[in-house]
Design a protein. Structure first.
Length: 299
């Protein structure tokens, strides 16, 4: 009599908190946290990359690897030819036996893998200095902003986000110059599990520019479906942002992370002269309206 075996998502997610890879099926020699199904014919599992990571160059002598991108973005290099391949969410690919490759992965990537047969046939391979540099370079996402543009791609993602208008005593606003689109922007970012949107705003400001700030008010809500952001990893995000008004606490100074190339404190009367996206121009106008008249914006 047959039966059905289940491995619950909760158990898998719990195991992936302490390891980047968990096997669901295979003939494993070493134990792992997650209970798996033993099978000599194949391996099935999930690789999870919470940070930028790399796989050292290696080759499988007899096994074929099948991979399906659950999320994110990864690149492979066939080190025998130097040719590179990139894969994004929804892509399927196979790596045939005898192909020496190196891999680099963007943070937030998850991959379902199937390896046939379940054998330990991995062999390390040597790579050139240029290939080693390629392997260590982070994958930097490029973004394209669309503001009421008929050519904008259809969205496939909505992520709650917070942005923060930080204004000093000279009525200057803090703007950051983004690396991914070359435009100036308010500091901010997307909500993470376990935090409120206000906590998200405080965390993002601290991470992006090293400042401790006090949230004073909400300037507006921005959920316009005609504003979209297309990322080079395949995500097309529809706008969903709360913009807060904040002031700096104490005597801290700006310290940028690697998402921005520079910062500027600039008067509200001059900030529109900077290269801005359409959505940022709208938000800056609304910051001035809020400070002048106390009126919030609901979009």
């Amino acid at each position: 009599m047959g039966h059905i075996i289940k491995i619950e998502n909760e158990s898998l997610r719990s195991a992936l908190k302490t390891a980047t890879r968990q096997y669901l099926v295979g003939n494993l020699a070493r134990p792992q946290t997650l209970t798996f199904l033993r099978d000599e014919r194949l391996e099935v599992g999930v690789s999870c990359y919470p940070h930028h990571m790399t796989e050292p160059a290696h080759v499988h002598a007899t096994a074929t690897e099948y991979q399906y991108m659950l999320s994110g973005w990864t690149e492979y290099m066939d080190v025998s030819t130097g040719e590179t391949y990139e894969f994004r969410k929804g892509d399927f690919y196979a790596i045939l036996p005898g192909t020496p490759y190196a891999q680099r992965v963007k943070a937030g990537t998850e991959i379902l893998f199937i390896k046939v047969p379940s054998v330990n046939d991995k062999q390390q391979v040597d790579i050139s200095e240029d290939q080693a540099r390629w392997l260590q370079e982070k994958l930097h996402t490029v973004r394209t902003d669309y503001y009421y543009d008929d050519k904008a791609p259809q969205p496939n993602s909505i992520k709650p986000a917070a942005a923060v208008a930080i204004v000093n005593s000279q009525k200057e606003i803090l703007m950051l110059h983004r690396r991914d689109n070359g435009k100036w922007t308010l500091p901010g970012g997307t909500l993470e599990y376990g935090e409120s949107l206000t906590q998200c705003a405080l965390r993002e400001v601290k991470e992006e520019c090293g400042l401790n700030v006090e949230i004073k008010d909400i300037i507006g809500t921005y959920t316009d479906p005609n504003i979209r952001i297309a990322y080079s990893d395949g995500e097309v995000r529809q706008e969903f942002t709360i913009v807060y008004y904040a002031e700096v606490e104490g005597a801290s100074s700006v310290k940028l992370d690697d998402e921005s190339s520079e910062f500027i404190w600039i008067s509200l009367s001059s900030v529109q002269e900077l290269p801005l996206t359409g959505s940022q121009r709208r938000r800056i106008d609304d910051v001035r309206t809020f400070l002048d008249a106390g009126r919030r914006t609901l979009v």
